[in-house]
Every structure is written in structure tokens, then in C-alpha cells.
Ligand binder design. Structure first.
Ligand code: MN
Ligand code: MN
Length: 457
């Protein structure tokens, strides 16, 4: 059976020390996750960890030298962590690890506040791919920033402290759902149904029709100094409220909002902090993946090229040669095989919960549409690196052919002329308000990324 591809269970293979390492590692991840629900939150949590590990701010045009540990935050939403190595950049290239730190959620519309029959609501516009019915009747927190006239920025976070209020989107009671029950899952709850309940106390001085809206505007003005038109200059969103929690009697899994894709960003970061390497390594946590990686903070932005070019210029290296020699891990989650919904998976090519980081040669939909498709040579490099370090890994397609599909940011890095391979953590109920991953897999991802950082290019 020596020549057979066989999926290994990380927990089964683990000795006592490894078990302890897995469970200890999960605690750090859970902490990071709780403060990283939005891309802004994640960029700042990553910054705090980087600073604690001796990283210093980087600015374009700055001189860098081997041994420097630097970070660059692009517009509060996209962070680059860099370690300048001793090795010749033109000969060795860079080691690049990317992940995204935005997650599906409910953004506020620009003019979101309305009152209907005595209840004040905020209208939302969903961000990323969601199943709308899942966002009703769950506790929601409001997070983000509001820009006031003159450039003052107000940070808002309500719903995460134990004594904070939360927000709530209603659904019909089963008693009156006869008609709703007959509708397809995808249209029973519409985007325009996703209005969050925020207040019911009327202002005694206002006319009856808008008294609750007036009262809540007073509250907002007292607390944050904002007026109704300031929503236009805000980025506020509802995210599922609450802390990550362990799942199961054996506590082997983690339930949380936003595993996709913080469950890959975090291990990239810990690998970078821990690794012993002379290579120049960069971790990039991007925004806007869930809407196509567009925009100035998305992976399609030229900012990543600007950062690479800037490092190269400072070290006197030709960026064309450096990119050609570099390698990149595009780390994003993949669908974990779910025995309750077998039909959408093809078992021989699925990734399993608890069986390690999943290496995907390609992603895409239908005939691999949208994939960058890593070469056999590139996949072989990663297989050798992981095997040499004793990392338990598995392969994985997202699901059965033509069941759907999806892509990652791999293609945007590959388009820069950098060999890129997808590696990621399998997730149960991906894109649900609360997703589930295995502690074994996030730890395996950490080991895989550390092995990558420490290997020669
Ligand atoms: Mn993702
Ligand atoms: Mn996603």
C-alpha cells in the first residue's frame, strides 16, 4: 500500500506533545479571529501582532536591508508583512504568502435608516456570497467607521461586549409561513428583506410617523456625533456577533465568523514570525476577495507590485528577475467534505476535516474557468517542501464537477509572473454566518507555511 494516495488524520497521527501544540495554537487563532471580523479589524490585529514581534512600519521609497522586519498597511484594509533576508533576491526570489481578510457580511446602504410602523431599521446590502436566509434571527454586531465633515473618523463597534446590545433581522413565524415555505431557498428571503432592527422607543417631541427614527438619530448624535447624512460617508457593516467557540465533546473544531479567510492569514503570519530563514518573505492580507479582488485594497491592485518593486529598488535588484524567481502560496479555504451533503462532492478528490492543509492544483468553475492552474513543477515543489518537513497535507477540489465552483486570488499573483499554488484549510458550512474548521487543520497550515518559509526557492 506504499504507493497509494491516502488521506491521513492529523489527530490520529499526533503524539501527546503535538496534541498540546494543536490545542494551544487554536487559542491564539481564536483571539486573532475575534478582533478581525472586518478587513480593517484584521489589518489592525495583524499590525499589533507584527509590532509585538519587532516589525516596523514601512513607507514607499524607504531604504531596507537584510534583517529588517517591516509592515505596510494599505489604506487601513490590506497589510503587507515583510522580512528582508540575507539571500540574493535576484537568485532566490521572494517567498510570498497571500490570503484575504474580508468575509461575507451585510454592509449598510448609503441611506440606510428608516422607520416603518414604529420600528426603526437599517437597510443593508450584502457583501460577498451569502445564503440570505442564514442571516435572519441571529445576533449581529455593527462595526466600521464613519467619516464626519472635515475628516474626523469615528470608529463604531457595538455588539461584541457582554453587555452590548446586538442587532437582529426578523423572519416569519412558522405559523404564518405557509406561502414562504413553498419558495426556493434562494429567494424566500430577499436582499431587501435584510433590514436590521435597531430601535423602537419614540421621541416624544416628534410627529408620530418618524418618532423612533428621530429618537435613534438623537442617540447616534449624542454617542458618535453623527447625523443621518454621515451614513453616506461611512463603512459600517453587520457581522455575526460573538466569540469563536469550540465545537464537540472533544473540542476538536472551532465555530466562528470569518474563518474564510483568516484561518489562512493567521498561520501565514505565525509562520513568518517563527521561521528560521534567510529568504526574503512577504505575507499579504488582501481585502475585497469576496467581491472579485477589485479596487485599491484588493489583490488585483498594483500595490503589491509597487511593494515588490520598492523593496527591489532599495536592494538594487531587478524586479523582473525577482518576480520570475519568486514563489507564492495563495492561501484560501476550500470546502470540507460534508457527509450530510455527499452528493456535491467527489470523495476521491475532496479535502476532509482534520486531515491537514489542502493543496489544490487548480480552482475554478465548469472547465476550470478562472483558474491559474499551478504547473506540475510548482505543485511538486510544495509537495517536496511539505513532505520534507513532515507536514500532513491532502489534496482537494472544491466539489463535484459542475456542482458550482469558485476561485481564489492565485490568478492575480500568477498574472504578475510568479509561480503560485493554492493551499488552504477545509471549512464546513463555508460562507455561513458561523463556519467550522478543525484545530488540526489550522495548525497543519501553520506548519505548512513555516516549511515554505524555511525551504529554499
Ligand atoms: Mn476565501
Ligand atoms: Mn469566501
Amino acid at each position: 500500500m506504499k504507493y497509494e494516495y491516502k488521506v491521513k488524520n492529523v489527530y490520529k497521527e499526533a503524539d501527546e506533545k503535538t496534541m498540546k501544540d494543536i490545542f494551544d495554537y487554536a487559542e491564539g487563532y481564536k483571539k486573532f479571529l475575534f478582533t478581525s471580523k472586518t478587513e480593517r479589524g484584521a489589518a489592525h490585529s495583524a499590525e499589533a501582532l507584527a509590532v509585538a514581534n519587532g516589525y516596523k512600519p514601512f513607507t514607499f521609497g524607504q531604504k531596507v536591508k537584510p534583517g529588517d522586519k517591516l509592515y505596510f498597511i494599505n489604506r487601513d484594509k490590506n497589510i503587507f508583512l515583510m522580512r528582508i533576508g540575507k539571500n540574493d533576491l535576484e537568485k532566490c526570489g521572494m517567498k510570498i504568502m497571500v490570503a484575504h481578510v474580508d468575509s461575507p457580511r451585510l454592509d449598510l446602504k448609503p441611506n440606510p435608516l428608516f422607520e416603518e410602523d414604529g420600528i426603526a431599521f437599517l437597510k443593508t446590502h450584502y457583501y460577498g456570497g451569502i445564503k440570505k436566509y442564514q442571516w435572519t434571527t441571529i445576533p449581529l454586531a455593527l462595526q466600521g467607521v464613519v467619516m464626519l465633515p472635515g475628516g474626523k473618523k469615528v470608529e463604531v463597534s457595538v455588539g461584541e461586549e457582554d453587555d452590548d446590545p446586538i442587532f437582529y433581522i426578523t423572519d416569519l413565524l412558522p405559523h404564518l409561513s405557509q406561502e414562504q415555505n413553498l419558495k426556493p431557498l434562494g429567494s424566500a428571503i430577499t436582499g431587501e428583506n435584510l433590514n436590521a432592527l435597531i430601535a423602537t422607543v419614540p421621541d416624544g417631541e416628534e410627529d408620530e410617523k418618524n418618532a423612533v427614527k428621530a429618537a435613534v438619530l438623537n442617540l447616534l448624535h449624542d454617542k458618535y456625533g453623527i447625523t443621518e447624512v454621515d451614513f453616506e460617508t461611512s463603512e459600517l457593516c453587520f457581522v455575526p456577533a460573538g466569540k469563536p467557540r469550540d465545537v464537540g465533546f472533544d473540542r476538536s473544531l472551532i465555530y466562528a465568523y470569518g474563518h474564510d479567510d483568516k484561518v489562512c492569514a493567521y498561520p501565514e503570519m505565525t509562520a513568518l514570525f517563527e521561521c528560521d530563514s534567510d529568504e526574503t518573505i512577504m505575507a499579504v492580507f488582501a481585502d475585497k476577495e469576496e467581491t472579485g479582488s477589485y479596487g485599491v485594497t484588493g489583490m488585483q491592485s498594483r500595490v503589491i507590485s509597487d511593494v515588490i518593486d520598492s523593496i527591489c529598488a532599495s536592494l538594487g535588484a531587478n524586479p523582473i528577475l525577482v518576480r520570475y524567481k519568486s514563489r507564492c502560496v495563495s492561501a484560501d479555504v476550500t470546502a470540507a467534505y460534508d457527509p450530510i451533503y455527499k452528493d456535491v462532492y467527489e470523495k476521491r478528490n475532496s479535502s476532509f476535516v482534520g486531515c491537514g492543509a489542502a493543496l489544490s492544483k487548480y480552482t475554478g468553475a465548469r472547465g476550470k474557468s478562472g483558474t491559474s492552474d499551478a504547473s506540475a513543477e510548482t505543485v511538486a515543489y510544495f509537495r517536496d517542501v511539505f513532505d520534507a518537513a513532515g507536514v500532513i497535507w491532502q489534496t482537494g477540489e472544491l466539489g463535484r464537477i459542475d456542482a458550482g465552483g469558485g476561485g481564489t486570488v492565485a490568478v492575480y499573483i500568477a498574472n504578475l509572473g510568479i509561480d503560485t499554488c493554492d493551499v488552504g484549510v477545509p471549512v464546513l458550512s463555508m460562507h455561513a454566518p458561523y463556519e467550522v474548521i478543525s484545530k488540526a487543520d489550522v495548525y497543519s497550515m501553520h506548519l505548512a507555511m513555516k516549511a515554505f518559509c524555511e525551504a529554499h526557492n
